[in-house]
Write a protein that binds this ligand. Structure first.
Ligand SMILES: Nc1ncnc2c1ncn2[C@@H]1O[C@H](COP(=O)(O)OP(=O)(O)O)[C@@H](O)[C@H]1O
Length: 291
């Protein structure tokens, strides 16, 4: 279908550090590589990042994978601020479209509120338009959140650009459900908050998990709303759809050596510094003090 080929080739993608060129570049660099497994997550992150450049000069083409509620939006948005590249969430593009008066609006609302995936064709169309508009404004690079979600989407993306890193965020399922049900959004500034306090005690040697609520500032408190697909029934369906349709995408990127697995150890104060370390970005961060 012609629409699949409208996704614009990311500007400068021939110059970015694809896995192959990165590995080649680093094998002749001063960083020792002898005897290391190139698919080891921390090494993979190091090798995906042009370490000697300033954060804002890096040409980032990254993807966030992970179940509903895991925090893709939170961490993608923080990295986007840190690295100065656009954060593009296809869920936001879909929600923008369904609240518009466009011809797709009511069909999209129905699909989203059932916890199903929108068709590859529609979502690629929305993403293409967004990337084209960004490109016209001189924006380069991206951190994708919520795309690709099917093998077809991953194959199409792979055909048009070099994705250099895929971060797979992971959290236990009982916490995912609680986080989706606790999610609140400010209707005015669009800020994402969470009123859930997750405190799961460790049992039989398995670790516990504590995630403090992420409460809104007082000027947002009276303007919060809950997403219509964040009900228990719909979240369970979204988790089921993730396992069926998106887990194979994790395998797709695992097998081509681009996947960085990241188990969230807790809330933002514990997870953000650990994520930065895994990405070898801890020295660039000015946000840690503000968590
Ligand atoms: N890449 C995609 N492919 C198909 N549908 C998508 C895609 N991205 C978003 N959607 C639709 O938008 C909804 C909300 O997406 P998102 O905000 O990413 O939610 P989640 O919290 O489930 O990760 C999805 O349940 C799906 O209906």
């Amino acid at each position: 279908m012609a629409v699949f080929y409208r996704l614009p080739r990311a500007r400068g993608s021939t110059q970015i550090f694809s896995m192959t060129s990165t590995v080649r570049a680093f094998s002749s660099s001063s960083i020792s590589n002898s005897g290391n497994d190139l698919k080891s997550p921390s090494l993979l992150a190091q090798k995906s990042l042009p370490l000697r450049r300033e954060p804002r000069d890096r040409n980032v083409h990254w993807v966030f994978l992970g179940c509903p509620g895991v925090g893709k939006g939170t961490y993608a948005s923080r990295l986007s601020n840190l690295l100065g590249v656009p954060h593009i969430a296809t869920g936001d593009l879909v929600r923008e479209e369904l609240t518009s008066s466009g011809p797709l609006a009511s069909r999209l609302a129905e699909i989203v509120n059932q916890g199903k995936l929108v068709s590859d064709e529609i979502v690629i169309n929305l993403l293409s338009k967004h990337l084209e508009a960004g490109e016209a404004k001189g924006k380069t690079g991206f951190i994708l959140d919520g795309f690709p979600r099917t093998i077809t989407q991953a194959e199409i993306l792979e055909g048009v650009t070099n994705i250099d890193l895929v971060i797979n965020l992971k959290l236990r399922e009982d916490a995912l459900l609680a986080k989706c049900l606790g999610r609140r959004i400010c209707s005015e500034c669009g800020g994402n908050y969470n009123i859930a306090c997750i405190d799961i005690k460790g049992e039989n040697g398995s670790p516990g998990l504590y995630m403090a609520p992420l409460l809104p500032p007082s000027h947002c408190a009276s303007k919060l709303f809950t997403r219509s697909d964040d009900t228990e029934e719909v979240v369970k369906e979204r988790l089921h759809v993730y396992k069926e349709m998106t887990q194979p995408v994790e395998e797709f990127y695992r097998s081509n050596g681009k996947l960085l697995e990241f188990d969230l150890p807790g809330g933002i104060p514990e997870s953000w510094p650990k994520l930065l370390r895994a990405l070898n970005l801890e020295h660039d961060d000015k946000q840690s003090a503000a968590v």
